[in-house]
Design a protein around this ligand. Structure first.
Ligand SMILES: [Fe+2]
Length: 216
C-alpha cells in the first residue's frame, strides 16, 4: 500500500499503517485466501477508478488513502462468516444468506473498536447498499437499506468495484463472466443498484483501461 496521510492525526497514521491495518489483513488472509484476493483486486479496481474520481471532483487527493484502506478492508466482516458458508459450492439457503449478509455490520463493529476514520467505518458498513434502496430481489440492499446520496460516497464507489470483481472472477459455484458483459450489467443496473453518475464514470474508465491493457 502506498504511504500517504489518512484524514487523521499524525500518530494515528503510524498506528493505522504500521500496526492496525497489517494486523487486520493478516487475520483476513489467514481466515480466507479468497476474500483476501478479492479485497486486493477491489483495491486495484478502485485504483483504476481514482483518476476519474479526482478529475470529476468527486473525491480530493486527501481522500485517496482512506479510500484505499476502505477498499482493502471492505469485507473484513467475513472473518466472522462460517468457513462452511464461505467455501460452499452449493446455492446458499435463506439462513446462510442471512448469516453472510451480516458481514458488513460485523466488520463495522470490529473496526469501530479500533478507532479507524469514520469514512472507512461507513464504507465497510454500507458497501452492499443499493442506490434505489430496494431490499427485495437477488441483490437486496443491506444492512440498513439506505438510498441514493444517503449511502456514504466510499461505499457507493466500492459497491461498483466489488460487484465488478465478483462478476469477472471465478468462484467455486460459478464461472467468470467476460469483462464487457460485466460492464453492460453495471450499466443496466445504473440508477438501480449503483449510483448512476459513478457507474457511468466507472464503465467509461474501465473501457479505456481495457483498450490499453488487461484488467484481469
Ligand atoms: Fe461484502
Amino acid at each position: 500500500m502506498k504511504k500517504q496521510k489518512h484524514d487523521n492525526a499524525e500518530n494515528d497514521d503510524v498506528m493505522l499503517d504500521d500496526y492496525i491495518i497489517p494486523m487486520l489483513l493478516e487475520i483476513m488472509e489467514n481466515k480466507d485466501q479468497l476474500t483476501m484476493v478479492h479485497s486486493s483486486r477491489v483495491q486495484r479496481i478502485v485504483d483504476y477508478f481514482i483518476p476519474e474520481l479526482l478529475k470529476h471532483k468527486i473525491i480530493k487527493e486527501k481522500d485517496v488513502p482512506d479510500l484505499w484502506v476502505s477498499s482493502i478492508l471492505h469485507d473484513i466482516g467475513k472473518i466472522f462468516v462460517k468457513d462452511t458458508i464461505l467455501e460452499s459450492k452449493l446455492t446458499l439457503s435463506d439462513n446462510e444468506y442471512e448469516h453472510i449478509r451480516y458481514h458488513p455490520m460485523r466488520g463495522y463493529r470490529l473496526v469501530k473498536q479500533l478507532d479507524l476514520p469514520r469514512k472507512i467505518l461507513l464504507a465497510i458498513r454500507h458497501h452492499h447498499e443499493r442506490w434505489d434502496g430496494s431490499t427485495k430481489g437477488r441483490f437486496p440492499a443491506y444492512p440498513d437499506g439506505l438510498k441514493g446520496l444517503k449511502i456514504p460516497l466510499y461505499a457507493r464507489i466500492i459497491g461498483i468495484a466489488d460487484a465488478f470483481d465478483a462478476m469477472v472472477s471465478k468462484r467455486s459455484y460459478k464461472k467468470p463472466i467476460p469483462v464487457e458483459k460485466a460492464l453492460k450489467i453495471i450499466k443496466a443496473a445504473s440508477g438501480k443498484q449503483f449510483d448512476p453518475k459513478l457507474a457511468d464514470i466507472f464503465v467509461n474508465r474501465i473501457k479505456k483501461v481495457l483498450e490499453n491493457r488487461s484488467i484481469i
